[in-house]
Design a binder for this molecule. Structure first.
Ligand SMILES: [Zn+2]
Length: 227
């Protein structure tokens, strides 16, 4: 269980400590949203979070505003903060269409451009991805998968490609569609295939492996996208 007793003893702490508290609150609320502990399209009661986390309203409000920035919550007039609805079918299809345009190309470039050090770090990251079956570990897997894809896109050597991918906030959206531990083990074997192609410096193989990974992810999650 996550320790929810956050230290917030003094109101006039140094700014850096306050920022660390906001980030911690942000991470806790975000994990709750990603793992569906707070369901999609649901009102978030600031006072409830304040009580549960043992902090004042300020860090909670700041964290919620950061979550609004990444599209996980929205602020509605007269209602307050609500979790965003999950993607409807059209948005889901568009997201995957865009991923299929960007990511296989990024993988192709990374096969020839990624440095040996970055590749080794990517491989270690993939090997360390948690395979637990709890909601909290599922949320952590979402983070690790997101970082895996971001690192690979960085490896393309094209900053615009990497930024375009980041801006999609793919993992925030897709991991809320369904909580299913099988997704974790299936994705891990697909990542392995991708890493092997990159290690062989095989652009065709890396492109094909990424295409395959994204298509399989699409079919795993499509049944859970809205109408
Ligand atoms: Zn993945």
């Amino acid at each position: 269980m996550v320790n929810r007793d956050l230290d917030e003893s003094s109101a006039d702490k140094p700014r850096i400590k306050r920022q660390a508290l906001v980030e911690e609150v942000y991470n806790l609320i975000r994990a709750d949203i990603l793992s569906l502990r707070i369901p999609p399209d649901t009102r978030i009661l600031v006072d409830d979070l304040v009580r549960e986390l043992g902090v004042s309203q300020t860090p909670v409000r700041e964290a919620l505003s950061m979550l609004e920035g990444v599209g996980l919550v929205s602020k509605k007039h007269f209602i307050g903060y609500c979790t965003s609805p999950t993607l409807n079918r059209k948005q889901f299809d568009e997201l995957y269409e865009m991923r299929l345009l960007i990511e296989p190309y990024a993988a192709r470039c990374a096969a020839s451009r990624m440095s040996r050090d970055d590749l080794e770090a990517l491989s270690a990251h993939a090997g360390g991805m948690e395979q637990g079956h709890t909601r909290a570990s599922y949320a952590r897997f979402a983070d690790h998968d997101s970082e895996f894809h971001a690192r690979l896109a960085d490896g393309s050597g094209n900053i615009l490609v990497a930024e375009a991918l980041r801006r999609l906030h793919t993992h925030m959206h897709i991991f809320r569609l369904h909580f299913h531990s099988q997704i974790v083990s299936e994705a891990a074997s697909e990542h392995d295939r991708l890493i092997k192609a990159l290690e062989k410096r095989d652009p065709d193989g890396a492109e094909a492996a990424m295409q395959d990974h994204i298509k399989k992810s699409y079919y795993r999650l499509a049944p859970f996208a809205g109408n």
